[in-house]
Design a protein around this ligand. Structure first.
Ligand code: TPP
Ligand code: MG
Length: 335
């Protein structure tokens, strides 16, 4: 019997049994390894386009998406979307190939990092338009409400995205239509180089929820369990017909706004976060401290994920680029 199965008999206060804890860890580790590897590979010049890395923010995607299923629940993501994709079970190799612009990619190499989508997994897409996700999530939530299948639409957006008119309109629409929606504001302190302290009027994204008559909560985005708990309440409320919730997740991105950003606008906050707040380190300390999972079991996940990422990069690099004919298909929909 594996450690995971042995501990699964005793769910803890967080309600997660051994396999669920292992899943959460695997998701966060996969995102971290994917992003760290992309950071290295981008520097070789082989990857086209812009890449915005999610490393440091893993607990948000993993804590929220742990409550979602692939069939009826949907998410709308951002330009910093790799973590959301992985947490929503988009195939990691197809993601890597997409970022390399190859025909084996999730969107046949035509979307790249900022446009990875997989409708079969309820992943409506990363999005190059800041504030583009919340209206999509409203549409998905309305569809779920009409279908009556208990589905939930989740919008991830940043502190910068929280100031977009589309986001505020979506909060309003979700409120008046009582949509099964969850709005997840990932406040990493910056929109490009502009500090959230300066740009978020009123100082709190969560507090804006009151203006729309919905609950607003702020959680520590380095703590998987805190995010998981807040998201669980929001998803349950949405599924039960209670309407939308706004969650502000406070966290830090470990890399620049995009790969190549010199980050002259911030000093040692990343070093501080990596050393004392890191979500993977904290998760490991918690679950090994309680005896729910062993360090060996977690190390085995690290090794499995490392092998997967190696394969994903090797396969992506050797996959074909789209031909000219490929580029002219799927541009317009035909009825
Ligand atoms: C409508 C729109 N305006 C501006 C941009 C340029 N832009 C890309 S990312 C970004 C900052 C977004 O910040 P935030 O929402 O906090 O997300 P983060 O990058 O911190 O994850 C901006 C201004 C854009 N892509 N779309
Ligand atoms: Mg931001």
């Amino acid at each position: 019997m594996t450690d995971a199965l042995r501990t699964s008999e005793v769910p803890r206060a967080h309600g997660l049994d051994g396999p669920a804890l292992l899943d959460a860890y695997r998701t966060m580790r996969t995102v971290r390894s994917f992003e760290e590897r992309l950071h290295d590979e981008f520097a070789t010049g082989e990857i086209p386009g812009f890449v915005h890395l999610y490393a440091g923010e893993e607990a948000s995607a993993a804590g929220v998406c742990a409550h979602l299923d692939d069939e009826r629940d949907t998410i709308a993501s951002t330009h910093r979307g790799h973590g959301h994709c992985i947490a929503k079970h988009v195939d990691v190799k197809a993601m890597m190939a997409e970022i390399y612009g190859r025909t084996t990619g999730a969107c046949r190499g035509k979307g790249g990092s900022m446009h990875i989508a997989d409708l079969a997994k309820g992943m409506l897409g990363a999005n190059g338009i800041v504030g583009g996700g919340p209206p999509l999530a409203c549409g998905a939530a309305l569809a779920a409400k009409v279908r009556g299948d208990g589905g939930v639409g989740v919008a991830f957006f940043g502190d910068g995205g929280s100031n977009q008119g589309t986001t505020l309109e979506s909060l309003n629409l979700a409120s008046v239509w009582r949509l099964p929606a969850v709005f997840v504001a990932e406040n990493n302190g910056y929109a490009e180089a502009t500090a959230a302290e300066w740009s978020v009027g009123g100082g709190s994204i969560a507090d804006r929820a009151a203006a729309f008559g919905m609950p607003g909560v702020r959680v520590d985005g380095f703590d998987f369990f805190a995010v998981h708990e807040a998201a669980g309440a929001a998803v349950e409320r949405a599924r039960g017909g209670g309407g939308p919730t706004l969650i502000e997740v406070r966290l830090t991105r470990y890399y620049g706004h995009f790969e190549g950003d010199r980050q002259a606008y911030r000093a040692d906050e990343v070093r501080h976060a990596r050393a004392g707040l890191d979500c993977l380190t904290r998760f490991r300390a918690t679950v090994t401290g309680t005896g729910e999972l062993t360090a060996d079991r977690l190390d085995a996940v690290d090794a499995e994920v490392a092998a997967l990422i190696d394969e994903a990069v090797a396969e992506a690099r050797s996959a074909p680029l789209p031909t000219r004919a490929d580029l002219e298909t799927d541009v317009y929909i035909s009825y």
